[in-house]
Every structure is written in structure tokens, then in C-alpha cells.
Write a protein that binds this ligand. Structure first.
Ligand SMILES: [Mg+2]
Length: 389
């Protein structure tokens, strides 16, 4: 009985960099990056201008009869917290965290009339991660051990941010640049994009990985022109070229990629159903589910099984320690992403700082996972949260 969940709490964190998209104006992550909103000049200079920070983080805590607490995070703020506190809670309280399959199925089926993707599944993800965390703490094991790992606990990483030169010097396998200019900025913008990539390639040398993240900003003609220009510069992959629902554009771009260039996508895709469409369309070379969004770890394992059956790599988007445990249990996974949360991407900073304590960060480009129980992280009591009731 002491393993029964007696309470689920949902709270939100706003301001002060407590959400990773909620940063001061000088931070690269809210600066000029090509987005679907780059068509509108007034929303071009900053991602906060169109509201990337509008929701903030939702924190879910599940507490058992013995007072142990599991923690899960997602993006979704007050609306996601409301779903947890007013809808999803009924499937959790009185159950045990070992019952994740039952709880997931009931959360998904009961919310499908308004959910399926986006915010509702983000909320499900946070609950699912909190259940994994609590279950692992009850067993006194790290999450990766419950997944059948470790296959290894030291994970090589690439660094996402505007400063791949620093990252490669630090020992990362390479870097992933955010694209700056979208198609609405014409040939001048395209030339600037190409020259920026060329400068990065010169700086990191010929052997480092160099990727380009387009954050859903392109159309097919522009993407084709871009990969043609960047292939000779050693573009390893182009990421999220189009809006996530345009499976047809992804399929066409992948068919027409120059040799050596890969197409990666999936950070804004949800559940096994969404990913099976990407696979059915043969739309990607690399799948990038975000475990904090795609349906949690329970759903990520299903997505990974689908990808395995097609022989495609799963390299999760961001999500720090939550995806590192998945990586540490995977037999085959080439490397992990590390999102550079330093304002100029020239120092290693934990992705979820200051919200979490104990988050492992790469040293010399590799993350080593501690064997603490659960995901091995705690909520920082110094970060103010507001509970949603
Ligand atoms: Mg991305």
C-alpha cells in the first residue's frame, strides 16, 4: 500500500529563465531564428515576439503513501497544469506507478476528444515522466536500469547553438546551428545563411558534425536550394525543414537530398501515431521525439520500436536528463543532443537550470549519468512555483 499514489500536484514556473524558452533578450535562443512566423517581418527578430515563452513550464509531482515524490516536466504552463489537476489526476491517484501502461492508455483515450497532439499530450508526458521517476525511486534504481540498461552511462553529445566552434573545441562531436533567415527574406537571406554555415565549417574543421535546425521555417524550393548549397560544406543533417503536418514536403525533400545529407525531424510530433506517419511516408532519416512532449517515456519506447523496425536512428530532441536515461538503455544510438543554454553558447549550463538540481552536464562533450534513483534530479526549492488547483 505504501507504493500507492496519494497525491498529484501540478505547478507552473514563469520568468527568470526558469523555462528554457523564457530567457533575457540577449540570449541566443530568443534572438533571430527562422520560424514559421518569419514570414511576418514584425515577428522576425525574436521568438518571444510571437510568444514562444507564452506558456512556460509545467511541473508534475506524484507522491506515494510513503512520501516519496516523482517529478516530471513539460512545456504547457497553466493550461497543461489545469489538465493535470482537473482531468488526468483521476487516472493517477489511488494507483501505483508500476501501472504506467494502464494510466497512459486511460489518459490518452479520455483526452482524445480534445487532445491527440500538442498541449494535452505534453501534459500526459509530464505525468508519465513523474510516474517513471517515482517507480524508479520506489525500486531504488535509476530509470535506465528499469529500461533494461545501462548499455553505457557515458554518452557522446553534439551541441545545439550558435557557437559550434566553442563546442568542438570543448570536445563535442559537432554542432547544430539555428537557421537565421527564412524564405521571406529572399536571396539575400539565403546567401547570409550559406555564408554563416560556411564560416562555421571553416571554424570547426572538416571532420566535426555540422547540422542545421530550420525550426519548421522553410518551403520545399528553398530547402532544396539550401541543401544543394550546403552539401559541399559537409551538412550532416537538415532538421525540421517544414511544418510538422507537411509529410509530403518532407518526403519530397528526402527523395531529393544530395548524397551525404540526412533529414531529421520529429521534435514537434506526438505519439506513436504521429511518428508512424513520418515512417509511412519515408519522410525522415533521423527521428527526434522529445520525451517531455511526445507522450513521455512510455510512448518514446513505442516510437523507438517503430523506428528500430525500419532501421532508423532515434536521437531525441533536447530534454536533457529525461532523454539521457533512454539513451543509456539503447543498444544502438550514435550520440545525444545537448542544448546550449549559455546566453552565447560558450559555456556548459544545465538545460533545466535553475529549476532542477543534480542535472548532469557534458564534460569534454560527454554526459556521464549518475546511478541515483529515478531520473536523479530534484526540484530546486529556491525556484518559486505556483500550484494550479
Ligand atoms: Mg530542432
Amino acid at each position: 500500500m505504501r507504493e500507492t499514489i496519494r497525491q498529484i500536484r501540478a505547478s507552473v514556473v514563469r520568468g527568470g529563465g526558469a523555462d528554457y524558452h523564457d530567457q533575457a533578450a540577449a540570449h541566443w535562443i530568443v534572438g533571430q531564428i527562422a520560424t514559421p512566423m518569419s514570414f511576418y517581418p514584425e515577428y522576425r527578430a525574436s521568438r518571444t515576439s510571437f510568444g514562444i515563452d507564452a506558456l512556460g513550464t509545467v511541473v508534475v509531482e506524484v507522491e506515494d503513501e510513503a512520501g516519496r515524490v516523482g517529478i516530471g516536466l513539460s512545456t504547457g504552463g497553466v493550461p497543461a497544469a489545469y489538465l493535470v489537476a482537473h482531468h488526468l489526476n483521476r487516472f493517477v491517484v489511488g494507483r501505483e506507478p508500476s501501472q504506467r501502461e494502464l494510466i497512459w492508455d486511460q489518459m490518452y483515450r479520455s483526452s482524445v476528444f480534445y487532445g491527440r497532439k500538442g498541449l494535452a499530450v505534453n501534459a500526459i508526458s509530464a505525468v508519465d515522466l513523474a510516474l517513471w521517476d517515482l517507480f524508479a525511486r520506489q525500486r531504488d534504481l535509476p530509470v535506465y536500469a528499469l529500461l533494461g540498461g545501462p548499455t553505457r552511462v557515458s554518452l557522446p553529445c553534439y551541441a545545439t547553438g550558435p557557437n559550434p566552434e566553442w563546442a568542438v573545441g570543448e570536445g563535442f562531436l559537432g554542432g547544430k546551428l539555428p537557421l537565421v533567415h527564412g524564405p521571406a527574406e529572399g536571396m539575400e537571406g539565403l546567401r547570409a545563411n550559406v555564408e554563416r554555415f560556411r564560416a562555421a565549417r571553416t571554424a570547426v574543421g572538416p571532420d566535426a558534425l555540422l547540422m542545421l535546425d530550420c525550426w519548421m521555417s522553410l518551403d520545399l524550393p528553398y530547402a532544396l536550394r539550401l541543401v544543394e548549397e550546403l552539401a559541399p560544406l559537409g551538412l550532416y543533417w537538415i532538421e525540421e525543414a517544414f511544418l510538422p503536418d507537411d509529410y509530403w514536403a518532407y518526403r519530397e525533400l528526402r527523395r531529393r537530398l544530395p548524397p551525404g545529407v540526412r533529414l531529421a525531424a520529429g521534435e514537434h510530433e506526438w505519439t506513436r501515431y504521429g511518428f508512424s506517419l513520418l515512417l509511412e511516408f519515408e519522410a525522415v532519416d533521423v527521428l527526434q521525439p522529445d520525451v517531455n512532449w511526445c507522450g513521455g517515456l512510455t510512448e518514446l519506447m513505442r516510437i523507438a520500436a517503430l523506428a528500430d523496425a525500419r532501421g532508423l536512428p532515434v536521437i531525441p530532441h533536447g530534454s536533457s536528463v529525461y532523454s539521457y536515461h533512454f539513451a543509456a538503455a539503447r543498444p544502438h544510438m550514435p550520440f545525444s543532443e545537448f542544448l546550449m543554454m549559455h546566453p552565447t553558447a560558450s559555456a556548459v549550463v544545465p538545460m533545466f537550470a535553475p529549476l532542477l538540481l543534480g542535472e548532469p552536464v557534458p564534460e569534454k562533450g560527454r554526459v556521464t549519468l549518475p546511478d541515483r534513483p529515478g531520473f536523479g534530479v530534484e526540484l530546486n526549492p529556491a525556484v518559486a512555483r505556483t500550484e494550479v488547483e
